[in-house]
Write a protein that binds this ligand. Structure first.
Ligand SMILES: [Fe+2]
Ligand SMILES: [Fe+2]
Length: 146
């Protein structure tokens, strides 16, 4: 098998919401475990990822609903599509297809940065603003010119 590059945490994924950031570190670890598992360990790594993804997405979905996050529908939809793919791949693995699990791991590694940048970051900003009761902590440069 051709060597796959690992998926490692990068601080550019930080969104400023502690629990979400911790969950995202776990996401990266689980996907990396899936990328680097040998054939015998793939089933366990995929089950661990599926459990992580279900909890990760359920947590964000709940935050979106409870906090009236406006664009929640497309975000929840995207979570559901990923979960459906994971379950589909679990069925293929049960039939002995290990290649599709490796393809899923690479697809997840490619999917995450844009999902975090566009959808999760908007949610993190919304939650942090709510937490600070409409007074978000924003550092601004003094743009006044002398
Ligand atoms: Fe997320
Ligand atoms: Fe998300």
């Amino acid at each position: 098998m051709e060597a796959t590059k690992p998926f490692v945490w990068d601080d550019r994924y930080l969104l400023g919401h502690g629990e979400m950031d911790a969950t995202h570190r776990e996401f990266v670890d689980r996907v990396n475990a899936l990328l680097t598992a040998d054939d015998a360990g793939l089933g366990a790594a995929l089950a661990a990822f599926a459990a992580h993804a279900a909890a990760h997405f359920a947590e964000e979905n709940e935050w979106m609903v409870k906090n009236d996050f406006p664009p929640r529908d497309c975000h929840i939809d995207e979570h559901n599509k990923v979960l459906a793919s994971v379950h589909e791949v679990q069925r293929h693995l049960a039939e002995g297809d290990v290649a599709i699990v490796r393809e899923l791991a690479v697809a997840l590694m490619e999917w995450f940065p844009a999902h975090a940048d566009y959808l999760d970051s908007a949610l993190a900003t919304w939650l942090v603003k709510r937490l600070h009761a409409g007074a978000p902590l924003v550092l601004r440069r003094n743009v006044a010119k002398a």
